[in-house]
Write a protein that binds this ligand. Structure first.
Ligand SMILES: [Zn+2]
Length: 298
């Protein structure tokens, strides 16, 4: 166990003051997070936790036990593998309806294909971590290959958001953590998220199963970082019901923000732009490029 001093050095906690997000002079407001909440019964954000990612601290008891920063009944919601048309937007709507926040661990290629969706995630004041360029298992790769997967993921998110710096959080695909890449992320001052509980939502087809899985695991653990996928259809359908059940169960959402952002490295930004064929920023939603204008309904 680490001392509470070590925890205090890495994490500064900021109480938002009420169950519903409230503007607080002492809270460093993330972009757009200060939007008014119209739902008086919303799940809301109980607390905003700002993480200083210097030295690459790890979170999530499946792999990292140094920082036990959640109190009983506190939950950090995380959604992986987006942005994805429809699904990510349904998760965003559910979060907005409940005036609450999550971390989205996005795949670089998906960000490049759907920059307009990632911009919506950012505009909603959600935290956007990265999850590599192409979601491959990094363990069999050389160090340089693994580093490129990480950096191209960061670069793609940056470019997709209009060349903005990126929130300093990363999750390894399949939660497989090569030691040399952990060391690299530490030097890069990127915080690493494992999880406290994996919903295994990617194995589920029905929204009810996703809700039941998360609630059952939370009952067992009492609190924790929950791994889900906004990429998954069933999860997107489950999000609204899940948030209502969390509220009814007395759980409280903790919003996680970084103390500083990270800048992409030019070499990898260039590589990403080249692979995506020019400028990600110029990518348009498919519906604006291709429309069905005739034919039979079959
Ligand atoms: Zn993933």
């Amino acid at each position: 166990m680490r001392s509470s001093l070590a925890i205090a050095l890495a994490i500064s906690m900021t109480a938002a003051g009420s169950a519903v997000w409230a503007q607080n002079a002492q809270t460093p407001a993330p972009a757009a997070a200060s939007a008014k909440c119209d739902n008086p019964n919303a799940l809301g954000v109980a607390r905003v936790v700002q993480i200083d990612t210097t030295g690459g601290p790890g979170f999530g008891f499946e792999h990292f036990k140094a920082y036990d920063f959640l109190q009983d009944k506190e939950v950090v919601l995380t959604f992986d593998d987006g942005p994805w048309p429809g699904n990510t937007e349904r998760v965003l709507k559910a979060l907005a309806d409940e005036c609450t926040k999550a971390i989205f661990f996005t795949i670089g290629k998906h960000a490049g294909w759907h920059p307009e969706i990632l911009k919506k995630v950012a505009a909603a004041g959600q935290t956007i971590g990265t999850h590599t360029w192409s979601h491959k298992d990094l363990t069999p790769m050389t160090f340089e290959e693994g580093k490129a997967e990480i950096e191209k993921g960061i670069a793609a998110v940056s470019v997709s958001l209009g060349n903005k710096p990126v929130d300093p959080f990363f999750r390894f695909p399949a939660l497989r953590h090569p030691p040399e890449l952990m060391k690299y992320l530490a030097e890069r001052n990127v915080g690493i998220f494992s999880t406290d509980m994996d919903s295994f939502d990617f194995k589920m087809r029905k929204p009810d199963q996703v809700v039941a899985s998360v609630m059952k695991k939370l009952e067992k653990h009492g609190k924790g970082i929950v791994l889900m996928h906004d990429f998954q259809h069933a999860t997107a359908d489950a999000a609204s019901d899940l948030l209502k059940k969390l509220k009814a169960g007395g759980y409280k959402v903790v919003q996680v923000v970084g103390k500083t952002k990270i800048e992409p490295i030019k070499e990898y930004t260039d590589a990403v732009l080249k692979e995506m064929g020019g400028g990600l920023d110029e990518a348009r939603p498919m519906s604006s490029v291709i429309q069905t204008i005739g034919g039979s309904s079959n």
